[in-house]
Write a protein of this length. Structure first.
Length: 142
């Protein structure tokens, strides 16, 4: 068994949701969201702080499985990341992880409906990253 944490990234245009596995690569936990505009700096810091062994990036294919605009942007981000961070980078189909994250948040959310939209978006992004990271850890597709 490989030991060391895995960092999962749910890459969006404005922010990136993150999740980190435990060092035994058994359990995925949502982490913070980071701004897209200086994400590589934040990711480099997380790699050191959490002893990350590799990075898993969600690829947002269209429901049909085709590549859309966001897939191209995510692939471009992966190339930029690979030039700055010397770790293996893998990708995973994350088509339905945001929907699953929203459903989980809604089923456990006991806060009033006036919850701030930004906080909800941040929760969804990181929860989605945790969902596809957990699926990867369990070797199944979300």
């Amino acid at each position: 068994m490989n030991y060391g944490s895995i960092l999962a990234l749910d890459v969006g245009e404005v922010r990136i949701g993150t999740a980190i596995s435990d060092p035994t690569q058994t359990l995925a936990t949502p982490n913070k969201t980071i701004p897209r505009h200086n994400a590589i700096k934040h990711i480099a810091n997380m790699v050191v702080v959490h002893d990350i062994q590799y990075i898993l990036v969600g690829i947002p294919y269209l429901p049909s499985g085709e590549k859309g605009t966001q897939v191209m942007r995510t692939e471009s981000f992966i190339k930029q990341l690979a030039m700055k961070i010397n770790l293996p980078i893998a990708s995973i189909d994350e088509r339905f992880s945001s929907i699953e994250a929203i459903n989980k948040i809604n089923s456990t959310n006991h806060k009033p409906k006036s919850k701030k939209l930004k906080k909800l978006r941040d929760s969804v992004d990181s929860a989605a990253a945790a969902i596809f990271l957990q699926a990867h850890l369990e070797k199944k597709v979300p």
